[in-house]
Design a protein around this ligand. Structure first.
Ligand SMILES: [Zn+2]
Ligand SMILES: [Zn+2]
Length: 421
């Protein structure tokens, strides 16, 4: 019998954490939820774990793992790039907590311990993590090192999708569900369970045309982007379409880009990204920020939802310039400065709520599967039961109803509940 306990990401996006128990106790992800009102944590795990598995580095999947290692001495399994990027994010969490006078729930010692207890595994390499449990990671096509987790338990096979895309994107091939041979239970993300994405090619074309048009009229294209995945992808797109303007790259994305370059086998076309990153100006100091603003330019910076980060080094010079554009390329959570800017055309600058004269635009470069991709994956795996996690309440409800209409059993998880599969 397999029991599953929902420690987070139940009818919500964020703090993914699921405890699988068939005698062996395996934790799938241990993330946090970053909200405009502070960080929300997964429910505590009060049992002796045999292993923890991290699907990918994003903080909503990895962010609380060092806290777990205050108590536990089990091994953690993830791909090598997941560990490298998670480390960057954990240290950044400590830095931000220090600046804000908040408690990060772990310190450097726990990060060191987490690293020591982590066993990195590449894709397609089955590994016995206990006598009765075997894990295999497959490429999830979401960010570098992101994995679909196949868990062969005593009598059943459980597949955890993590976050994924099931179509080709600029940096990654589609998720490799065809490599999964068996699936009794599927824990799937549900983020876009109720809608499809616009065509990627058309989005890229429209985006690049608008960047070029901004440059041609003498403005700056300011691109606040997620440091992990999105900023690298945006630079790849700009390079591919030969946009004619100097590109400046500022913020934490630079560190993550080095992990991308160090892991060629985890990318679709490593050479293209390398060439693109070699063409950009890596902003290292204040002087370079100034020179970025002296001429029409493209500035790729953090953060993706404008909650702090290097974007604020440029905004004071750009917000009032009607020739410039602020182009958001990621999902904007409610109440974040990015979402507020889109809805009201205003942003808070040094305590003042100012009207932005620069154009503000939004593009859907999502790294999550759209509805059609989610259903293709479910049909491909054809599981006995589908557990819908990592989706807003209304989306999860609709997604589960539609899955049932296709003839599968669908489960809507409740936070803290344990179920028997
Ligand atoms: Zn993710
Ligand atoms: Zn996620």
């Amino acid at each position: 019998m397999v029991r599953l306990t929902f420690k987070g990401a139940s009818q919500e996006v964020g703090r993914s954490a699921f405890l699988v128990d068939d005698g062996d106790k395996i934790l799938l992800d241990y993330g946090v939820k970053l909200t405009p009102h502070g960080t929300e944590y997964p429910l505590p795990v009060k049992t002796n774990l045999n292993a923890a598995i991290i699907s990918h580095a994003h903080l909503d999947h990895s962010g609380n793992l060092p806290h777990l290692f205050k108590e536990t001495n089990c091994l953690a399994y993830m791909t090598p790039p997941t560990l490298d990027i998670a480390k960057i994010l954990w240290y950044d969490t400590l830095k931000i907590a220090g600046l804000e006078g908040m408690d990060a729930k772990f310190d450097k010692d726990e990060i060191t311990k987490t690293e020591k207890f982590t066993f990195p595994i590449g894709y397609d390499k089955p590994m016995h993590i206990t006598d009765n449990t075997q894990v295999t990671f497959y490429d999830a096509g979401h960010i570098v090192g992101s994995a679909i987790t196949e868990l062969k338990l005593r009598n059943k096979t459980l597949v955890y999708s993590g976050d994924y895309r099931y179509v080709e994107t600029r940096l990654h091939g589609p998720a490799e569900f065809e490599k999964v041979k068996e699936c009794d239970y599927l824990i799937t993300e549900s983020t876009y369970g109720d809608r499809d994405h616009p065509s990627r090619k058309e989005t890229e074309k429209r985006f690049v045309e608008n960047v070029q048009e901004t440059i041609d009229r003498g403005g700056h294209a300011l691109l606040p982007s997620f440091a992990v995945g999105r900023s690298q992808e945006i630079i790849d797109v700009l390079s591919e379409y030969n946009v004619e303007a100097p590109i400046y790259y500022d913020g934490m994305g630079q560190k993550v880009a080095r992990v991308y370059l160090d892991n060629p086998s985890f990318l679709k076309d490593h050479k293209l990204l390398k060439r693109a990153l070699e063409k950009v100006n890596w902003v290292k100091n204040f002087k370079m920020r100034k020179s970025a603003l002296k001429q029409p330019s493209i500035i790729v910076c953090t953060s993706g939802m404008m909650q702090g980060g290097s974007v604020y080094a440029y905004l004071p010079e750009i917000y009032n310039d009607k020739n410039s554009k602020i182009m958001l390329t990621g999902f904007q959570v409610e109440e974040t400065p990015g979402r507020t800017l889109l809805e009201t055309g205003k942003i808070n600058l040094e305590g003042l709520n100012v009207k932005v004269k620069a154009d503000v635009q939004h593009y859907d470069f999502s790294a999550h599967a759209g509805r059609d991709e989610l259903f293709r994956a479910i049909k491909k795996l054809s599981p006995e039961k589908v557990i819908c996690v990592h989706g807003d309440k209304t989306v999860t409800g609709k997604f589960a109803r539609d899955i049932k209409a296709e003839g599968f059993e669908a489960i809507i998880p409740e936070l803290g509940k344990e179920i028997e599969l």
